[in-house]
Design a protein around this ligand. Structure first.
Ligand code: SF4
Length: 441
């Protein structure tokens, strides 16, 4: 937890000797709180004070990295309990459990399927993050399956195995691409492997006090990058654990619990599986592993994750400009909407669906949707006319007709006056756009 200037002042010698370059210890404390000076400037700090100050400068939840390159997953480093306080920074990793008992063909088919689980939504590419290989058979089988995974996907890997020899072999195979080791129980040899190969490792204990103690023990043994697991539990108990670990890390400065959490879902009912995964994504999970990989399951979870990890104070926006959709000509219709991503992409989807080549003018409303922007006077006749001018609408189309959303029909008279264009009131809902455009022709 970050210390205030006064908290820091209490730890200083209070002699005002000025050797740090500041007139008083209090002035130095205030600069330390702003992180604009280093604690080394004061040569008289006690070892305890130094340790406390160094610890307070660390993020309360450690950043953990799995894999490398464009597919690397970074989790942790969160700083708030509620996203309205600031935002959540590192989207939860979503991964799929593959059993090493599957045949080679089955594994390849599943990997091919997982690699295709990518979706574009409001201009962002949403994709899954991890393959978790679980050992059910012997070491050779595990390594064979891992080789297949290495050859067929770039996604980060979770090694679910209690077998230290199999894990040692696996770490040799995927050197340079740090996996997450998930033994499910304490094993000294496996902890040493994690320390030697500098891989993150999962600490598992059902009770949070035991989990905290285990985390401290693992750190002592050199495994410093941890992911926490409180084992298999009913959803309500798991939510409690996830919340308590986040709270302990942020509010109580419990360094042993200052790591992201992993959850594993084993539910044969695909609907219950998605509901459980959604719950954990919404409530602080750093990683969710599941078996179901149907596109409908994955898309709904990725959409939820995207929404939760969007900065609530900065709506997703697109660049304000005129976008040509399809094989447009100077006679194509010109529709106006706001630069809120969801508004724009909803209109875009319907225009594309209509198969009527059109232009969409996205007006800068600071990311507000149509009605919100209209109420805030960011989407009125003056702003729309200014945007038409700015993006030279009269050079883009020859017909001087502009279509506005039905919800802001009230601005049509003013807009006609200010722009000199004929204003056509479009449908209120985007779903009405295809029939509207077809009838326009
Ligand atoms: Fe205070 Fe340390 Fe600065 Fe001296 S060097 S004024 S003791 S903070």
């Amino acid at each position: 937890m970050a210390l205030s200037g006064l908290d820091i002042y209490k730890l200083l010698p209070k002699t005002n000797c000025r050797e740090c370059g500041f007139a008083t210890c209090l002035a130095f404390a205030m600069q330390l709180a702003k992180k604009s000076v280093s604690i080394d400037k004061c040569p008289y700090l006690s070892p305890e004070a130094k340790m406390t100050l160094e610890a307070s400068a660390l993020p309360p939840i450690k950043l953990i990295t799995i894999g490398t390159g464009s597919q690397k997953l970074e989790i942790g480093n969160e700083s708030v309990l509620f996203r309205h306080e600031e935002k959540f920074h590192r989207p939860c990793g979503l991964g799929f459990i593959l059993e090493d008992s599957l045949t080679e063909i089955e594994i390849k088919q599943k990997l091919e399927h997982i690699n295709q689980l990518q979706f574009e939504r409001v201009g962002q590419l949403l994709s899954v993050n991890l393959i978790a290989l679980r050992q059910n058979k012997d070491k050779q089988n595990f390594l064979k399956a891992l080789n297949l995974i290495g050859k067929n996907t770039e996604l980060g890997i979770v090694l679910m195995s209690k077998d230290s020899e199999a894990l040692a072999g696996a770490l040799e195979i995927i050197q340079g691409k740090p996996p997450l080791i998930f033994p499910g129980e304490y094993n000294e040899k496996i902890v040493k492997l994690a320390a030697d190969y500098k891989c993150p490792i999962v600490a598992t204990a059902a009770d949070l006090d035991k989990l905290s103690a285990l985390s401290a023990q693992l750190k002592q043994a050199g495994a410093t990058d941890l992911v926490l697991d409180s084992g298999k539990k009913p959803i309500a108990d798991k939510i409690w654990d996830l919340t308590q670990v986040r709270r302990q890390a942020l509010k109580k400065n419990n360094r042993s619990l200052g790591f992201p959490m992993i959850t594993v879902i084993e539910n044969a009912d695909p609907y219950a599986e998605v509901a459980e995964a959604a719950t954990y994504i919404a409530k602080y999970a750093g990683i969710v592993l599941m078996k179901g990989m149907e596109p409908w399951q994955v898309l709904s979870l990725l959409t939820l994750r995207q929404n939760i990890y969007t900065d609530p104070q900065k709506p997703l926006q697109i660049e304000p400009k005129i976008y040509p959709i399809g094989q447009v000509t100077q006679d194509s219709p010109l529709l106006v909407t706001t630069n809120f991503s969801l508004s724009y992409y909803t209109v875009l989807g319907e225009v594309e669906g209509s198969k009527v080549p059109s232009y969409i003018l996205s007006v800068d409303t600071e990311g507000m949707s149509v009605l919100t922007a209209w109420a805030a006077e960011k989407f009125n006749a003056e702003k729309v006319a200014a945007a038409m001018n700015k993006f030279a609408a009269s050079e883009v189309v020859a017909h001087k007709k502009v279509i506005i959303p039905g919800y802001v029909a009230v601005m049509s008279g003013d807009l006609e006056e200010q722009s000199g264009w004929k204003v056509i009131v479009g449908p209120k809902e985007a779903a009405g756009i295809p029939s509207f455009l077809k009838n326009l022709q």
